[in-house]
Each structure stands twice: as structure tokens, then as C-alpha cells.
Design a protein around this ligand. Structure first.
Ligand code: SF4
Length: 405
């Protein structure tokens, strides 16, 4: 099969997915408990908070998985997407100290670091022949303003023109506006002219300001997170959006979070992928966090697939949930796996155990093991090509046994 193209707004999704879903759901038997929600989906009706709660509390996890998988299949069939990328965290120096963060350091910390542009490029060089995206987020460095990032992005583009730059969380954008004394529309213009291609969407945590004050005091407010993404979309670049769960929120908070994202997606259509990930507690300062079990993580992924009818992709974020759970998540509504990821710090310092240096072969196998078809995509979900799994050629060395006297 040859490759295909899509638009940033559709991001590879079948435009007739609602009709497809109706057909898929009509061909299956559903329990009485879940049928009222299924009936809404069959007629293309949007789910509300009560529906979401019903799904969260549904006793049969596997039926919930089947429902979310039907929704995923209605858009993408059996395809599951991945890209080849590397995460470079440019600095761990941060003026904030979010309680769930195991990554940030003060300037005086022994293990504080801030990559110069040359150091950054040298790191990127190691992976440049294998990737098409660099994903960069980091701390809020007190001295780096828009000029540092413009220099960084233009240097990346000059040396590696085919690598897309997916960078900066909403709070980094807010911080840059502040220390550069620059309105957000001008900031985006400068960054985009320098090479910024999209936003990774990190930092949403839970869009509830009372909770944010407790877990990440000083970060952008819920409204600011939405407004910053609206501005990015207005400037013409797409973004992902995220949710950190398993801290101190309840299920309604998670659903209200999804509903706020859905409202912006109604306006702009440029949220391409939702990335739900559970809180990892190592080296953090949030002992009251409830944490998430595997069951709950799969459930949250499935519910987000069903609630977010206008955000095409749901990610199994293997950096955070690990490779085994990421594989299972592909049968709970997720359709996208991030990614080959040559290096990463933020999740691994908090306790993530997922392997780094995954190559395409291993990712393709992970997807195929889940019964899906691996498809390589680009950063902005505009170009797709099926990935044919071929075993890597490794030299075989047979031990020679000397049988002579
Ligand atoms: S989550 Fe981000 S803003 Fe908060 S302390 Fe960590 S690096 Fe800083």
C-alpha cells in the first residue's frame, strides 16, 4: 500500500466516522448498563458529563474497551500511528516548583543544566538521521527570553531542515511573553518564523484552578492554558493537549477538563491529539496523590476517546505508561504511540520505566502485537505511510567448537 495525505484539521481521520461508528455499534450487542450511552453515539450525539461518569463507573472494563475501540476504528480502521522522534529537554532550571515535578532544579542545584545552542545541536545530531521530529520542553529559565528560542529554532532549521520542531508548553509560552515583554501574537510570529512547527500540549495538568493552586501553584490558569492554545491555532500551528490524572482530582474534574478542551476544539479544529497520562510519584512532593492503577489508566484513555469527538487522535504515551500498558491501550481507544523517542528526562525522573531508543521495528511490533496496523506519520498528521515490519539484519556468530584432541 502506498502512502496518503490528509489536512491538519482532519489529521488522517475518516470524515464519515460518525456514520461508520453508527454501523459498527449497531452490529454488536451491548449491556443494558451501557446501552443509553451507545444509543447516543449511534445517532452522532455528543456525550455529556453524566455519560462520562457512567462510562467511568461501568463495571465491565472490556466492554468499555470495545466501545472505545469501535470509535477508534470508525476514524482509522485498524491503523495505529507513530513517528520517529527524540525528546530533548533544553534545561531543567525552572523558576517554579510544581509539586508533581521531579525534573525542575534551581539555578544553584548541583545537577542543574542549561544546554547551549551548540550542545543542543550536538545532541540532536546523534539522532538526526533517524528522526523527523524533535520534541523540546523544559523548565522556565529565568534568563532565556524569546531571543534564545529564536536562535535555537533557526539554528535547528539551518542544520536539520527536514526535522520538525514541536516545542514549548503553555506555561513556557506565558513565561516567554513575560520576560520578553511581548504580546502573545507577536511571540508566536517570532517563534514560527524561526521554525516552531507545533506545540506538544504539555502542562494542562487538570483544568481546575483550585486543584492547580495545590499541585502547581504559579503555573498558568486553566483559562490561560486554553487561551494560549487558541492563540497558537490562530497563528496557524496545531497542538496536542494533555491531562495529568491521578493526583488529587476526581472523575468529574477529569471530565470537565475534557469538556473544556472539546469547546476550544469546536472553535479552532487544531487540537490534533489528546495525551492523557497518570501522575508518576518518584522524587515528587505530592504524598496525597491517589495514583492511578492500570485499570484506571485504560479506563481514562477509553473515556477520553468517547468524550472527545472533535480531537482525532488519542495517544498511548509510552514514555509515561510504559510499553506493556501502551500496547493494551491500543485496544482501549488509543490510536497513536509516541514515538521512537531516543532520549527523555521528565517522565523517567518521575519513575517511568519505558525503554528509550525504541526503533521503528520494535514500535511496529508493539502495534502489530496489539492486532493493529503500524503506520508512520509526520508531526502534523498530514502524511502517512504504512510501515512494513522487517526483522533487522543482525550478524550471526556461531561458536566454533574445537573437537580435536
Ligand atoms: S512542571 Fe514545568 S513549570 Fe512546573 S516545576 Fe516542572 S519544569 Fe517548572
Amino acid at each position: 500500500m502506498t502512502g496518503w495525505k490528509s489536512t491538519m484539521e482532519l489529521a488522517g481521520s475518516d470524515p464519515n466516522w460518525k456514520e461508520n461508528l453508527s454501523e459498527l455499534l449497531s452490529g454488536q450487542q451491548w449491556s443494558d448498563e451501557i446501552s443509553p450511552v451507545v444509543n447516543k453515539l449511534k445517532v452522532g450525539q455528543r456525550l455529556n458529563l453524566e455519560d462520562g461518569l457512567k462510562l467511568f463507573h461501568h463495571a465491565d472494563l472490556f466492554e468499555l474497551g470495545m466501545l472505545a475501540t469501535s470509535s477508534k476504528k470508525s476514524r482509522f480502521g485498524d491503523n495505529v500511528f507513530f513517528n520517529s522522534n527524540v525528546h530533548i529537554n533544553q534545561t531543567n532550571i525552572c523558576v517554579l516548583s510544581c509539586k508533581f515535578c521531579a525534573f525542575s532544579r534551581t539555578k544553584r542545584s548541583k545537577d542543574a543544566y542549561a544546554l547551549s545552542i551548540e550542545q543542543y545541536l550536538a545532541e540532536l545530531e546523534k539522532y538526526s538521521s533517524m528522526i523527523d521530529e524533535v520534541h523540546s520542553v523544559g523548565g522556565l529559565h529565568p534568563d532565556w527570553d524569546v531571543e534564545y528560542y529564536c536562535d535555537l529554532f533557526s539554528s535547528i532549521k539551518e542544520r536539520f531542515p527536514s526535522i520538525s520542531i514541536k516545542a514549548l508548553t503553555a506555561v513556557e509560552i506565558k513565561h516567554l511573553c513575560k520576560i520578553s515583554s511581548m504580546p502573545i501574537d507577536q511571540l508566536f510570529k517570532r517563534l514560527i518564523d524561526a521554525g516552531l512547527g507545533s506545540l506538544p500540549g504539555g502542562g494542562a495538568e487538570i483544568l481546575n484552578d483550585k486543584i492547580r493552586d495545590k499541585i502547581c501553584f504559579g503555573k498558568e490558569t486553566s483559562k490561560e492554558y486554553i487561551d494560549i492554545h487558541r492563540e497558537a491555532h490562530k497563528a496557524g500551528i496545531p497542538s496536542n493537549c494533555t491531562m495529568l490524572f491521578g493526583t488529587i482530582e476526581d472523575l468529574s474534574d477529569r471530565l470537565n477538563h475534557m469538556i473544556q478542551l472539546r469547546e476550544l476544539a469546536d472553535e479552532t479544529s487544531l487540537f490534533q491529539c489528546f495525551v492523557p497520562y497518570p501522575f508518576l510519584p518518584d522524587s515528587t512532593r505530592l504524598p496525597e496523590a491517589q495514583l492511578s492503577t492500570s485499570n484506571e489508566t485504560l479506563r481514562t484513555i477509553a473515556v477520553s476517546r468517547l468524550m472527545l469527538d472533535n480531537i482525532p487522535h488519542i495517544k498511548a504515551y509510552r514514555m509515561n505508561i510504559g510499553d506493556y500498558l501502551a500496547e493494551l491501550a491500543l485496544n482501549f481507544g488509543a490510536d497513536d504511540v509516541d514515538g521512537t523517542v531516543g532520549r527523555e528526562s521528565i517522565m523517567h525522573l518521575a519513575g517511568a520505566t519505558s525503554s528509550l531508543d525504541y526503533d521503528k521495528y520494535q514500535l511496529g511490533k508493539l502495534i502489530a502485537n496489539a492486532g493493529c496496523i503500524p503506520v508512520i506519520r509526520d508531526t502534523k498528521y498530514e502524511n502517512f505511510s504504512p510501515y512494513v515490519i522487517k526483522s533487522p539484519q543482525r550478524p550471526r556468530r556461531l561458536k566454533v567448537i574445537n573437537t580435536e584432541g
